[in-house]
Design a protein around this ligand. Structure first.
Ligand code: UDP
Ligand code: MG
Length: 330
């Protein structure tokens, strides 16, 4: 029987644990009946400060592992930790807040199982249509920037909710980006992927962990790790402003020499100084962003650290560090 891994990153989801564990029972049954698949659940605790971990340990049915990270590393990295930990032939990623409908997940699994030629199926949110015009425009601009003249296309509104075959998982593990922008990485990896649309359910308990500011920061991460277009745009604008400046200078010299027009100094000077100063600062900031990405990637720190791993069927919790120490001392 093939193995199906379900990876679930979570951060302070204590109130969603009961619904989740009931859900897992259903999932295990249906996977066995419909697809002859065994289920293992890999929960990744992304630095929860509540008692979610204890709650999962006491109520999770079936085969599971909980990888407790040493602190909050962010969902993108938590997903990576789950991918490293899982062993499944098919791997699915879902949220812990019950927003990802099981019917959609089933549909994705069926489509992947039915087509040998498919490597992954991912879900695309359809509810973005309800968002404000301003936000929608910002999202379009972001995807335009990131996809401009690329050899791979990052699909709009796709997230981590997806099911992949083992080779895709191995490919994701080979990509060692430290500042991870998963949506981009899935696209960069290639393979034969198929999208299906879905409407996420309401969050059952708690609130989303993504503020507008953190979304902006993730977008910036996406742009700086996938596109040099902003740098090029600024260079082009800088060059255009410079050329305009030269023509303006020529015009002034011409007027002074041939018409004796006195140069109106202060206002034009202020305009030039503020325009150029502004552009300069903006470019410096942008350069800084790219340099920071470069520095972050060269530091060679591990992507995440594990505090400990809990496993189903073991009374004692396992400590990874203690385990590896045991291995080293004969
Ligand atoms: N999450 C996480 N680390 C974080 C933020 C979120 O592991 O730093 C988890 C969270 O517990 C949930 C999933 O990622 O299981 C999606 O988060 P959320 O529901 O806040 O995002 P949204 O559904 O609003 O996009
Ligand atoms: Mg959610």
């Amino acid at each position: 029987m093939a193995l199906f891994s379900l990876i679930v990153p979570f951060l302070n989801e204590r109130d969603n644990v009961p619904a989740f564990t009931t859900f897992i029972e259903k999932v295990a049954g249906e996977l066995r009946e419909k697809f002859d698949l065994d289920l293992e659940v890999v929960l990744v605790d992304d630095g929860s400060t509540d008692d979610s971990v204890t709650r999962y340990i006491t109520s999770m049915p079936g085969t599971w592992r909980i990888v407790e990270l040493s602190r909050n590393f962010g969902k993108e990295v938590a997903v990576f930790a789950g991918l490293e930990e899982c062993r499944g032939d098919l791997v699915m990623i879902m949220d812990a807040d019950m927003q990802h409908p099981w019917t959609v997940a089933l549909d994705m699994i069926s489509q992947l199982m039915a087509d040998e030629n498919l490597d992954a199926v991912y879900a695309v949110r359809d509810d973005r249509l309800q968002e404000s015009m301003k936000k929608a425009a910002a999202v379009h601009l972001f995807y335009w920037l990131i996809n401009f003249r690329q050899r791979f296309i990052v699909p709009e509104n796709a997230g981590d909710f997806r099911v992949m075959r083992r080779p895709v998982v191995e490919a994701m593990l080979k990509i060692r980006d430290r500042r991870r922008f998963n949506k981009g990485l899935y696209a960069w990896a290639g393979f034969r992927q198929k999208a299906i649309g879905y409407m996420p359910d309401e969050r059952q308990h708690g609130a989303t962990k993504w503020s507008n500011l953190s979304l902006l920061s993730l977008s910036l991460e996406g742009i700086t790790s996938f596109s040099a277009l902003p740098l090029r745009l600024v260079s082009i604008i800088g060059a255009l402003v410079g050329i305009c400046g030269i023509f303006y200078g020529l015009k002034i010299i011409f007027e002074v020499l041939f018409y004796g027009v006195s140069v109106p100094g202060y206002p034009s000077l202020m305009v030039a100084v503020s325009v150029l100063g502004g552009f300069n600062l903006a470019l410096l900031g942008l350069l800084g962003e790219y340099i920071w990405v470069g520095i972050a990637e060269t530091k060679d720190r591990p992507l995440y650290l594990v505090r400990r791993v809990h496993r189903s069927g073991e009374i004692k919790t396992l400590d990874k560090a203690a385990q590896s120490a045991e291995k080293q001392t004969p």
